[in-house]
Write a protein that binds this ligand. Structure first.
Ligand code: ZN
Ligand code: ZN
Length: 101
């Protein structure tokens, strides 16, 4: 069973439909600037100081970054160097420019 509502990470009193949680997170009135979110799952939000520990235990880590889904959330990570499991590959650019012609 999949609970369609999940609690807002900033305020447990906010019950948000799972499909809208990311939008709520952006607009939540209780948003905390010292919170950051998990590189593996943007709905895992916690104090920035806890993120590094969380990334070691994150249940979403096993499905980390399918090939067709670049890790767009990494730009929002405000903590120093979360321990990512793989190095980022160069971006796959369909219009890859060839410099040595
Ligand atoms: Zn909220
Ligand atoms: Zn996580």
């Amino acid at each position: 069973m999949d609970d369609p509502f999940i609690a807002c990470p900033y305020n447990k009193m906010h019950r948000i439909p799972r499909s809208r949680i990311q939008r709520h997170i952006v607009k939540c009135p209780d948003k905390r600037l010292d919170y950051s979110f998990c590189p593996y799952n943007a709905t895992h939000i916690m104090p920035a100081k806890d993120i590094i520990k969380h990334t070691e235990e994150c249940p979403s880590k096993v499905i980390v970054f399918p090939e067709d889904k670049p890790p767009v959330v990494k730009a929002a990570i405000a903590v120093p160097k979360p321990m990512l499991q793989r190095e980022y590959l160069p971006e796959t650019d369909p219009n890859h420019e060839i410099w040595d012609d």
